[in-house]
Design a binder for this molecule. Structure first.
Ligand SMILES: [Zn+2]
Length: 203
């Protein structure tokens, strides 16, 4: 899941009793993407974390939730805020189950419905998640005004449509430090065929 995580974060913010101004809300959106942020860090460091081993497995997500919740507690001094930030990190894992195909436990099997391989289905899951999250936030009156604006949800929906459109047209690859990463949206066999063709094109 990509932008659907923002819908999950918005839904949680709609239930928040604490302040959710712009800074808190943006931090919550970022926290919702924590495992992907960690993956991006691995990519930048050229460190291979195959199938989310060091970013998306349950132990690591629990650790990330603890760290993010701890930071939220230190910064805000509010236990309710710490719980909300931890929860938004934990909810990343079940949301990704639908769209990804990753390790759940180190050394375990790969799990997930892998909807990235079927971008239309990914779109049918992510768009309602984004829209419902935004609607809950708007209805609650919480969060910053810009986040409740229809323009915000239109922008995020458009970004998701663009992402899945690129996945259909060209295949997209999540940043990965592993050299044999499989482009999302493409079955393994297609990648294998492309590699074979590429090799055969070498003079
Ligand atoms: Zn993820």
């Amino acid at each position: 899941m990509i932008f659907g995580h923002l819908g999950v974060a918005s839904a949680l913010a709609s239930r928040s009793r604490g302040p959710t101004g712009s800074v808190t809300f943006l931090a919550l959106l970022l926290a919702a993407m924590t495992p992907d942020v960690v993956d991006t860090g691995y990519f930048l460091a050229s460190f291979c974390s195959p199938y989310g081993l060091y970013s998306h497995t349950l132990y690591i997500v629990a650790l990330e939730a603890g760290v993010v919740g701890g930071i939220a507690l230190l910064v805000t001094g509010s236990r309710a805020m710490a719980v909300m930030f931890s929860l938004v990190v934990l909810l990343h894992a079940p949301a990704d189950y639908f769209t990804g195909y990753k390790l759940t436990l180190p050394g375990g099997d790969l799990h997930g419905l892998d909807l990235y391989r079927k971008p239309w289905l990914d779109l049918m899951l992510e768009l309602p998640t984004i829209a419902v999250g935004w609607w809950l936030l708007r209805r609650s009156g919480r969060g910053p005004a810009w986040a409740r604006s229809p323009y915000s949800v239109i922008l995020v929906l458009a970004l998701q449509i663009g992402f899945d459109g690129i996945a259909v047209a060209a295949g997209v690859q999540k940043p990965s430090g592993c050299s044999d990463a499989r482009p999302a949206g493409q079955p393994v066999a297609l990648v294998a065929r492309r590699r074979v063709r590429h090799v055969s094109e070498v003079p």
